[in-house]
Design a protein around this ligand. Structure first.
Ligand code: GLN
Length: 332
C-alpha cells in the first residue's frame, strides 16, 4: 500500500510535502524512496528488440532525475548513465523544425493524437501522406526533413547534437554509432514510411539522407540528469534557466507541451495523461521526459516497455512522484 499523503498542498515551486506525518522537504529523499520501492519489481516489461542493439539493454536499470526551474538537480539510481533517447529526440527535432519554418510546419504534419502505434503506416494512406502528429515516426521523419533542408546530413546531425548539448550544458552527450547502425540495418518500416511520404511529395530530401539523420538523432545517448536539464526550457516558459537563454517563445512552449500531452506516448497517450497528468515524451530506449510547467523537468529511464512501447516502470515512477508532489496539471 502506498502511504496516503495529507496536510497542506505544497506550493507548486517548493519541493515540500507532508506525508503520513513526516515532512519530506527533500526531493532527493522522495526520489530515493521511489527507486527503493520499485527495485523489487519483477514485471518490468520487455526491452525493445526490433532494434538489435537496444535488445542488449539491462532491464534492471532504473534512473530518475528532476531539474527544477530554480536550477537544482536531484537524481537517483542510474540517473548518470547514458541511454538511447530514441523518440524523445523528436521533441528537440520538432523545436528545431518550428524554428526553421514556424507555423508552415503544420501544413505538412498534423497535431492530433493518432490512436495508432508509433510506426503505423495505415493512417498515412487515408491522410495522403500527412502524418497525424510530429511524434509518431512518420511525423518525426517530416520534421527531420524540414531541419535537413538546405544542409548536408552530417551538418544537420552535428547541429542537433550541439543543440541538445547546449540545452543540457554537457558536451559529453554523444551519438551511439552502434545504435544508429543497428537501426539503419533493420529500420525497414521507417524506410517504407519515408518512401510513402516521398511519393505524396511530403519529403523534400532524398529518403536515405532524411533517414540517416533520423536514425542518428534517435541514437543520441544521454543520462537522465542531462535529459531533465535539456527539457528545462519547456518547464520554464521557453527560457533555459541554466544559461538564461530563450530557446522558444512562450506560445510555442505551450504548443509543444500540448502535443507531448496528447501524442507523446502514441496509443498510450490517453493512459499517460490519465495516470501521470503531465506532458511527456517516451522513447523505445525506455526513457521518458515529463514536464511540470513552471516547476521542473523530469527524466526517467527503465528499459522494459509496455505494449505501446513506453517505459513500464518509468510510468509507474512518474505517477508516484507526481501524486506525492501534487504536480498533476489537472489538479494537485
Ligand atoms: N528509432 C525508433 C524508431 O524509429 C524510435 C521509436 C520510438 O522510440 N518509439 O522505430
Amino acid at each position: 500500500m502506498q502511504p496516503v499523503c495529507s496536510g497542506q498542498k505544497p506550493p507548486r515551486t517548493m519541493p515540500q510535502i507532508t506525508c503520513q506525518g513526516t515532512t519530506v522537504n527533500d526531493l532527493q529523499k522522495l526520489l530515493d524512496e521511489i527507486n527503493q520501492n520499485l527495485s523489487e519489481t519483477e514485471d518490468r516489461g520487455r526491452v525493445a528488440d526490433y532494434i538489435p542493439e537496444l535488445a542488449k539493454q539491462d532491464s534492471r536499470k532504473f534512473g530518475m532525475a528532476i531539474a527544477t526551474v530554480g536550477g537544482q538537480t536531484f537524481a537517483t539510481g542510474d540517473a548518470d548513465e547514458a541511454f538511447s533517447i530514441q523518440s524523445i529526440s523528436k521533441v528537440f527535432a520538432l523545436t528545431m523544425a518550428l524554428g526553421r519554418v514556424g507555423d508552415a510546419l503544420w501544413k505538412r504534419v498534423g497535431r492530433e493524437p493518432s490512436g495508432t502505434a508509433f510506426n503505423s503506416i495505415v493512417q498515412l494512406e487515408y491522410e495522403k501522406g500527412i502524418p497525424r502528429n510530429p511524434f509518431i515516426n512518420a511525423g518525426a521523419i517530416v520534421t527531420t526533413d524540414i531541419v535537413l533542408a538546405g544542409h548536408k546530413p552530417k551538418e544537420t546531425i552535428g547541429e542537433m547534437l550541439r543543440f541538445v548539448r547546449s540545452l543540457a550544458d554537457d558536451d559529453a552527450i554523444f551519438i551511439d554509432e552502434d545504435v544508429a547502425r543497428s537501426e539503419t540495418e533493420t529500420g525497414f518500416r521507417n524506410v517504407a514510411l519515408a518512401n510513402y511520404m516521398r511519393a505524396f511529395g511530403n519529403l523534400r530530401n532524398p529518403v536515405d539522407q532524411v533517414l540517416g539523420v533520423y536514425f542518428h538523432q534517435c541514437a543520441i545517448a544521454m543520462s537522465c540528469v542531462d535529459l531533465a536539464r535539456a527539457g528545462l526550457f519547456l518547464a520554464n516558459k521557453g527560457v533555459n534557466p541554466l544559461a538564461g537563454v530563450r530557446i522558444v517563445p512562450l506560445r510555442r512552449v505551450r504548443r509543444i507541451n500540448a502535443i507531448m500531452m496528447t501524442c507523446g506516448h502514441y496509443d498510450g497517450s490517453g493512459e499517460f495523461a490519465f495516470s501521470v497528468g503531465l506532458p511527456g515524451k517516451s522513447g523505445v530506449g525506455g526513457g521518458i521526459l515529463a514536464i511540470v510547467p513552471d516547476v521542473a523537468s523530469i527524466a526517467v529511464w527503465s528499459p522494459g516497455l509496455d505494449e505501446n512501447g513506453n517505459s513500464k516502470l518509468g510510468t509507474v515512477a512518474l505517477e508516484k512522484l507526481v501524486t506525492k508532489m501534487g504536480w498533476n496539471v489537472f489538479g494537485a
